[in-house]
Design a protein around this ligand. Structure first.
Ligand code: MOS
Length: 734
């Protein structure tokens, strides 16, 4: 596989290696569960073995007899000591274990065993005996008792189904119409760093060490759970070993561990097992889609209808509503959309990398291919004909949109022109060859942010902001922004992140960190320059080094706040209080999005039907690219995840018990190196001064959008078999 960082093109930063790389490979980087604490007690969770009903009794006798056991928290002794949190705004679920006996889903927390050692806590956890009043659960789509409701009116996050014109009439009169159904499965994030919480009380001050995409958000949530002031809580999360959305919203565990530490007057660490992570954190819900599309002989789409269904838990209205994106991607004529949610006895789903776009754009981009086939048209040409600089619902313009340039560059690099469009026409010995493509997009979300930057007379710079580095390179690109604006070397810059003792930054979600935080750091650095050059009586240009000598031994520190246009005026206050202030790239009167075009070759063995993806090429635009190495890694990783979505990933569920079956990395399939021989990333230069001061669009999530459809489209090209339910497996092609 080619892994070299691309040479920086126009509006791209240097491919600096990650500044934290050495700390990580030498084990010096301290992850949440690595922080030492004196007199540490260990907590192990016990989880329910039924999905619906209530706890009848808990027999703790044998568990308490294990040497070293200190205490066992259950609903009998916790109850109202923990305040249930409403769902949303940073809270992953309203399900509040240990506050009562009710069971909402399989694998719900029913006890926390505390002991002097991890081994004792684990042994005792196995010896907790629960009996239940069990009821028949509903696992999801098609299960008796699952309840289907329109999302609008229920889900806070989806106020209106995007629509324009008379889609029914357009579909009736279109000469070519397709009508198709798709589905995507449950997926789990499986970050390599396990979920964990370590709580240390010092008097009435609580410090929480937990891998987090939102330290300020977690601080607010745990304070609410415990009924204490947010000023009493500090959350520390300097390094995160993968998150993908699973560490963005707070789960009930944090408050339970904090309460446990208070009760036994000792620090407590609870590391969640891989298996427990499947049910005590969030996941990507399964979805279904019904799409209708009508087009004229010229390929112009005149009518588009997209209805989606998403599984959620009984009490929480979580939906991703990706029609917000699918309805705005092309210059359709009339549009009708609707999102439904299906309540079942499941833990509440949550954000997982490109939450709306992965399932909804998979459906759309597969349908685009089906429409191209129906029209006997090249699928790239169909996208070109329907490309638009204005979204069709309100006619709002895209600030920039180089989608077709992405298609042109990726198709040239891929060799699309050599593809024989006839289905089943390409073959190499025993291998059937298929080629497919798809569009990727991801909205440029931004949030209010703050940062403190200090320039010392010795030329060193310190940047402090409570942003998060999930392994993506945030330390590096934030440092690069400061180094560039102040004209110093990256090595002279120290960046501090992931701690509520620093000025607040947004949740590391929606791919907003680089855009929001680099914009804020830019503003702080420019304020420092202004001050410095003014006091030196010199014009503000060039590196600061020359002027620094006149500073003597002092330092200049600037604190900056950035509020994105259209954000509420109290956004900074909200940020300090831990509320989300993200503004979506598809929400305002200007559409802001990163784009991409992905081309894949699949090879399917003629007899065994083994499916391989020998190569994949993606070309992407994301405005300013801060660092071509970290951008390349994000985009390559995204496409690899897309291969997993297409061919590997699925959390199997036993419908009789509403229970996940493959709850570990041995049985939950993800691509390995042998599955991804060649992944090529092209960075298409783009400048967009409108999106934010840094000109950055964010690339964290765009690349795993569309990939699964490109592969499904290639499978069709190779075999003539249209597989509409992911993942695509050998048995689907027999
Ligand atoms: Mo991401 S799913 O926005 O953390």
């Amino acid at each position: 596989m080619s892994v070299a960082a691309p040479e920086p093109g126009r509006n791209m930063g240097q491919p600096a290696p990650r500044v934290d790389a050495r700390l990580k490979v030498t084990g010096e980087a301290r992850y949440a569960a690595d922080f030492p604490a004196a007199n540490l007690a260990h907590g192990v969770l016990v989880t329910s073995s039924i999905a619906r009903g209530s706890i009848a009794s808990l027999d703790l006798g044998e568990a308490k007899a294990v040497a070293g056991v200190i205490e066992i928290l259950t609903h009998d002794n916790v109850g109202s000591a923990i305040k249930p949190l409403p769902f949303g705004n940073g809270s992953a679920t309203s399900i509040s274990p240990l506050t009562d006996a009710k069971i909402w889903h399989d694998g719900q927390i029913i006890a926390l065993v505390l002991a002097d050692t991890f081994e004792a806590a684990r042994e005792a956890a196995y010896k907790v005996k629960a009996t239940y009043n069990a009821e028949q659960p509903s696992a999801g789509f098609g299960s008796a008792g699952a309840e289907t409701l329109p999302a609008v009116g229920q889900a806070q996050s989806h106020k209106e189904d995007p629509a324009v014109g008379d889609a029914e009439a357009a579909l009736r009169s279109a000469p070519t119409v397709i009508e198709v159904d798709y589905s995507t499965p449950t997926q789990h994030h499986n970050p390599i760093e396990l979920f964990s919480t370590t709580c240390v009380w010092n008097g009435d001050q609580l410090t929480v060490y937990e891998p987090s995409q939102s330290v300020y958000g977690f601080r607010a949530m745990v304070a609410k759970q415990l009924g204490i002031d947010i000023g009493k809580v500090r959350v520390v999360s300097p390094y995160v070993g993968g998150a993908f959305g699973a560490k963005g919203s707070m789960t009930p565990r944090t408050g339970i561990v904090a309460l446990a530490a208070k009760r036994i007057n000792r620090p407590v660490r609870c590391v969640v097992t891989r298996e427990q992570g499947y049910t005590t954190a969030t996941y990507r819900a399964e979805t279904r889609h019904h799409i209708r599309m009508g087009a004229g002989p010229d390929g112009k789409i005149t009518g588009f209808s997209h209805e989606g269904w998403e599984v959620t838990s009984r009490p929480d209205s979580y939906v991703v509503a990706g029609t917000e994106a699918s309805a705005r991607l092309y210059g359709y004529g009339a549009v009708a959309t609707k999102v439904n949610m299906v309540r079942a006895d499941r833990n509440t789903p949550g954000y997982m990398r490109s939450p709306p776009e992965v399932p909804y754009i998979y459906a759309l981009e597969s349908a685009m291919d089906e429409l191209a086939i129906a029209l006997k048209m090249d699928p790239v040409e169909l996208r070109r004909i329907n490309d638009t600089m204005k979204e069709p619902i309100k006619g709002y313009p895209y600030t920039s949109r180089a989608l077709m340039e992405c298609f042109d560059q990726a198709s040239a690099a891929f060799g699309w022109a050599k593809r024989n469009p006839a289905v089943g026409s390409m073959r190499d010995g025993d291998w059937l060859i298929g080629m497919g493509c798809a569009t990727a997009l991801y909205p440029t979300n931004v949030g209010a942010a703050t940062a403190r930057v200090r320039l010392s007379a010795d030329g060193t710079v310190r940047v402090q902001t409570a942003a998060h580095d999930l392994g993506t390179g945030a330390y590096t690109v934030i440092g690069q922004m400061a180094a560039e604006r102040l004209g110093v070397d990256l090595a002279a810059v120290t960046v501090e992140l992931g701690d509520t003792s620093l000025p607040p930054a947004p949740v590391a979600g929606g791919s907003n960190t680089t855009a929001s935080v680099c914009s804020t750091v830019l503003i702080a650095c420019d304020a420092i320059r202004d001050k410095l050059f003014k006091s030196a009586g010199q014009p503000n240009q060039g590196p600061v080094k020359a002027v620094l000598e006149k500073m003597g031994s002092g330092a200049i520190e600037e604190y900056a706040e950035w509020i994105p246009p259209g954000a509420p005026p109290d956004a900074i206050k909200k940020l300090y209080q831990g509320a989300s202030t993200l503004k979506g790239g598809l929400e305002g009167e200007k559409m802001m999005c990163a784009f991409g075009a992905e081309f894949v070759e699949v090879r399917i063995h003629a007899r065994t039907r083994e499916i391989r993806v020998p190569r994949i090429v993606g070309a992407f635009t994301g405005g300013r690219i801060m660092n071509t190495r970290t951008a390349h890694s994000q985009l390559m990783g995204g496409m690899i995840w897309g291969i997993g979505s297409a061919l590997h990933e699925k959390t199997e569920i036993d419908a009789r018990h509403a229970r996940y079956m493959n709850r570990d990395l041995a049985e939950y399939l993800v691509p390995v190196n042998a599955d991804v021989p060649q992944v090529d990333v092209i960075l298409v230069p783009e400048e967009d001064a409108e999106v934010n001061p840094a000109g950055v669009k964010g690339l964290g999530e765009v690349a795993n959008v569309g990939t699964a459809s490109a592969i499904a489209n290639a499978v069709f090209h190779a075999t003539g078999r249209r597989i509409r339910d992911l993942p695509i497996r050998i048995e689907d092609l027999l």
